[in-house]
Design a protein around this ligand. Structure first.
Ligand code: URA
Length: 440
């Protein structure tokens, strides 16, 4: 077999066989196929697309390119969750404890912030002492004992994806639905859970800007998951405004804890309940309606908060900051951004809100950057709110004095006002399962 022929076949619109895809993934992972041939193939895929068979096969070999996590010693149906990424997305810290407190084990590998989006690992690491680098044995032990553990991906999880993602990133071939679906699902399948709930974000802060594209991505991922024998469901949720009010690591942990205490923002709480209910449904805990009830009860009773505390203690974190979030280290500088006029908040460019938080130190501008866990933004308004001149729009937190002006300018441009009240938008648009798309 020759890589040249594989590229030529795809360039001419042909369908690659199982053997050809295997040859490419194994050869590229082991350094036998050079970057220039892999990038030519990625570009051919970008223009020609891939069939469902090709996408599922690419995913299978990418998943098998490294460790396949074995969770079989943990009793019960293990359900994973994946968000395609957003701004202020702290759902895992609420949803995973809800689900675990209902008796469904959650053995979760999470990611770090990428570009303008935050990552659960960075958020959890703002809890002093909290460790996300735990051996596989201890990871499984913690899940067996308390039903919940969240760690970083092991170094050898889907190495083919690591190489291919880095290549796509510099060859303008990231934004292809088949390649994104294969990339995400290869890691989820290798991570070993029996069922997978996907939270596909849509809007100005998400990878997918339109509901139609988000549904297409969700359908691809659900098909791949089911093909690999994992029950898979996706919710399409809103990322046209930041989720909740807090953007930035310890600020988001505090908001997640408020939500676990039943005092979180109502839109964010509602999304968490839906995500948790769908995970419970995948774990066969009852009908969707019964699972919604279970999820609400877990929040209201304090069981989910207690599960989160248990996880923090098991992973070495200082639980006193969870019991009293005011004890989180405070950023030395806080700055209130005030409205310069009156009107309705009509929209927020969510990507720009994320970028403003990165400028303040909450994210990384390059891979090597250190995160300032106390930096970020707390929004005082959201689309649909009325503001008068001088009202606070947001509070910026940082340790970098010289970042305040830039962040304020970015944020001001990101927030649009109007004399007309904007229509109320849904926070969940659709549910995609193996055989149907339900629009809400
Ligand atoms: N996230 C991933 O893990 N992979 C992609 O290709 C895009 C987003």
């Amino acid at each position: 077999m020759r890589m040249y022929d594989i590229i030529l076949k795809k360039r001419n619109g042909g369908e690659l066989s199982d053997e050809e895809i295997k040859y490419f993934v194994e050869g590229y992972t082991h350094g036998q196929i050079p970057d220039y041939q892999a990038s030519a193939l990625m570009m051919a895929v970008y223009f020609r697309g891939m069939s469902s068979f090709e996408t599922a096969t690419l995913t299978k070999y990418m998943a098998q390119s490294g460790d396949m996590v074995d969770l079989s010693s943990i009793p019960g149906i293990k359900v994973d969750k994946h968000s395609t990424g957003g701004v202020g997305d702290k759902t895992t810290m609420v949803v995973a404890p809800i689900v675990a407190s209902c008796g469904v084990p959650v053995a979760k590998m999470s990611g770090r912030g990428l570009g303008h989006t935050g990552g659960t690992l960075d958020k959890l690491e703002s809890i002093p002492g909290f460790s996300t680098t735990i051996s596989s044995e201890r990871f499984v032990d913690i899940v067996k004992r308390i039903g919940l553990c969240i760690i970083g991906q092991t170094a050898n999880l889907a190495p083919a994806d690591k190489k291919l993602y880095a290549l796509r990133d510099v060859t303008a071939t990231v934004d292809n639905i088949s390649l994104i679906a294969a990339s995400i699902m290869s890691k989820k399948i290798a991570a070993g859970s029996d069922a997978i709930l996907l939270d596909v974000k849509t809007g100005s802060g998400a990878f997918m800007k339109t509901i139609e594209d988000s549904i297409r991505l969700a359908q691809e991922m659900v098909a791949i998951g089911e093909h690999a024998g994992r029950k898979t469901v996706a919710l399409i949720t809103d990322m046209d405004k930041p989720l909740g009010k807090a953007i930035g690591n310890s600020l988001e942990v505090a908001e997640a804890v408020d939500t676990l205490n039943s005092h979180g923002p109502s839109d964010f709480t509602e999304i968490c309940i839906h995500l948790a209910a769908n995970m419970l449904y995948l774990a066969q805990k009852g009908s969707l309606e019964e699972c919604m009830h279970l999820a609400r009860q877990a929040l209201a009773s304090g069981a989910a908060l207690e599960k989160f505390r248990e996880m923090v203690i098991s992973q070495g974190g200082d639980v006193t900051v969870i019991d009293k979030t005011a004890l989180f280290r405070k950023a030395p500088i806080s700055h209130v951004v005030k409205a310069k006029g009156s009107g309705w908040i009509s929209s927020m460019n969510t990507e720009q809100c994320g970028i403003a938080s990165v400028v303040l130190g909450a994210g990384r501008e390059s891979k090597e950057d250190m995160i300032d866990h106390s930096a970020g933004i707390v929004l005082e308004v959201k689309p649909g709110d009325w503001v008068n001149e001088g009202d606070p729009l947001a509070v910026l937190y940082t340790s970098r004095e010289n970042s305040v002006e830039t962040a304020e300018n970015i944020l001001r441009k990101a927030i649009s006002t109007s004399s007309e009240r904007p229509p109320k938008k849904a926070s969940i648009y659709a549910r995609v399962s193996r055989d149907k798309v339900e629009m809400f």
